[in-house]
Design a protein around this ligand. Structure first.
Ligand code: RFL
Ligand code: PHB
Length: 394
């Protein structure tokens, strides 16, 4: 089977789905190939915090009706040290900006539904996806579906297939540079149908390790605790996890409502960037090109900002202007590195490191005290948390 499209998109995570939606709005033909089935893609529990820029892009893509109705606007969040917290008033500190709490699962469902409604070319369970001739003028993608071999000819390929995908690995090793930090701990997350302990998120630095109180709605909570790499899910029955959260969240503990886990999982923490984000006719976007530790809530938002730039670039290309595709990698990386820096810094400030001595711990305590006392310091945190602009001025 041989077909043709303008843009072949690999991976139906938020990056691939949003790109396909934006391109089709601009009248550009694309085909989306996803390795897993629809239920698997819709079931993955991941991010929960959307920057204003991400919300704006979802609106532009025409998939924000449920987000606008059900998303929770958050004007601030709390930072805690050994159980005592203070507030970072994002809206006040950034001249009116805020974030929206709306699950990645919901973003994914809304995007898939929009694809199905417009009869888009979205192929689930596409196996053995391989990229060919990506540094020439006539690239193509091969894959198998239900045992049948397919070939998809295209102008461009968008590698939106996440950290473990094949797109990045299709770039020659001598071209690709990668930069990495692996953190010596993970996050154990629990999702439960209980009201959150506060109406805002709480990022807690505690002697026993980091904890985060988050939510998906006013009746569904999402909590995380920092755990050592070698910890196993079996070692964390629900009660132990709730007890640990109560210890680390200190003064907020009396407001925690316990309930059975709908989902529980351990995620490793990593910082990773691959350069460049373009090779020939292949463009990387989202986790395929970079990973951040989840502390700054930047992963999904970076996927969205890459895709915003890429959709702009490809749309301009089909109108005869190639500046956007020429500059895509440099523009995307400039924003990526700033989000990498914030996520790394916020992780370093709030987590307990195995090798940490008294001095390092007191540096964290002093920095948190400074942030609590200084509006200038809180503004720096808030400006990064709400998200840096897609096209910075200056
Ligand atoms: P995804 O979501 O990994 O999607 C990639 C898709 O590509 C498919 N794929 C392939 N398809 C075809 N052929 C192949 N060979 C393929 N290989 C892979 C995969 O099946 C998949 O469907 O990447 P994308 O689209 O770039 O999106 C990135 C985000 O998912 C990720 O950055 C965020 O979830 C990170 N993240 C958070 N980000 C935020 O912005 N705010 C948060 O609050 C936040 N919290 C989190 C997070 C990630 C977490 N985990 C589990 C890593 C919390 C956690 C716990
Ligand atoms: C989440 O709700 O899953 C979440 C929120 C904020 C983060 C990371 C994860 O920084």
């Amino acid at each position: 089977m041989r077909q043709r499209t303008q843009v072949a998109i690999i991976g139906a995570g938020p990056a691939g789905l949003l790109l396909s939606q934006l391109l089709s709005k601009a009248g550009i033909d694309c085909t989306l190939l996803e390795r897993k089935d629809r239920a698997y893609v819709e079931g993955r529990i991941r991010a929960g915090v959307l920057e204003q820029g991400t919300v704006d892009l979802l609106r532009e893509a025409g998939v924000a009706a449920r987000l606008d109705a059900e998303g929770l606007p958050h004007d601030g969040f709390r930072l805690a040290l050994d159980g005592e917290s203070f507030r970072v008033d994002m809206r006040h500190l950034t001249g009116g900006k805020s974030v929206t709490v709306y699950g990645q699962t919901e973003v994914t469902k809304d995007l898939i539904e929009a694809h199905v409604a417009r009869g888009a070319a979205l192929v689930f369970e596409a196996e053995e996806v391989a990229l060919h001739e990506i540094d020439g003028k006539a690239p193509y993608v091969t894959y198998e579906k239900d045992g049948q071999a397919h070939r998809l000819d295209c102008d461009f390929i968008a590698g939106c297939d996440g950290y473990h995908g094949i797109a990045r690995r299709s770039i020659p090793a001598e071209v690709l540079k990668s930069f990495e930090r692996v953190y010596p701990f993970g996050w154990l997350g629990i999702l439960a149908d209980v009201p959150p302990c506060d109406h805002e998120l709480i990022y807690a630095n505690h002697e026993r390790g980091f904890a985060l109180a988050s939510m998906r709605s006013t009746t569904r909570s999402r909590y995380y605790v920092q755990v050592a790499m070698e910890e196993k899910l079996e070692d964390w029955p629900d009660e132990r996890l709730w007890d640990e959260l109560a210890l680390r969240l200190g003064e907020h503990a009396p407001h925690i409502t316990r309930g059975p886990a709908l989902e529980k999982s351990i995620a490793p923490l990593r910082s990773f960037v691959a350069e460049p984000m373009r090779w020939g006719q292949l463009f990387l976007a989202g986790d395929a090109a970079h990973i951040v530790p989840p502390t700054g809530a930047k992963g999904l938002n970076l996927a969205a900002s890459d895709v915003g730039l890429l959709a702009e670039a490809l749309t301009a290309h089909y109108r005869g202007d190639d500046a956007g595709i020429e500059h895509y990698s440099a523009r995307a990386l400039a924003r990526v590195w700033k989000a990498e820096r914030f996520s790394w810094w916020f992780t370093s400030l709030t987590h307990r490191f195995p090798e940490m001595d008294g001095f390092s711990r007191r540096m964290q305590m002093a920095e948190l005290a400074y942030i609590r006392e200084s509006e200038a310091a809180r503004r720096v945190v808030a400006e990064n948390y709400v998200g840096l602009p897609l096209h910075p001025s200056g």
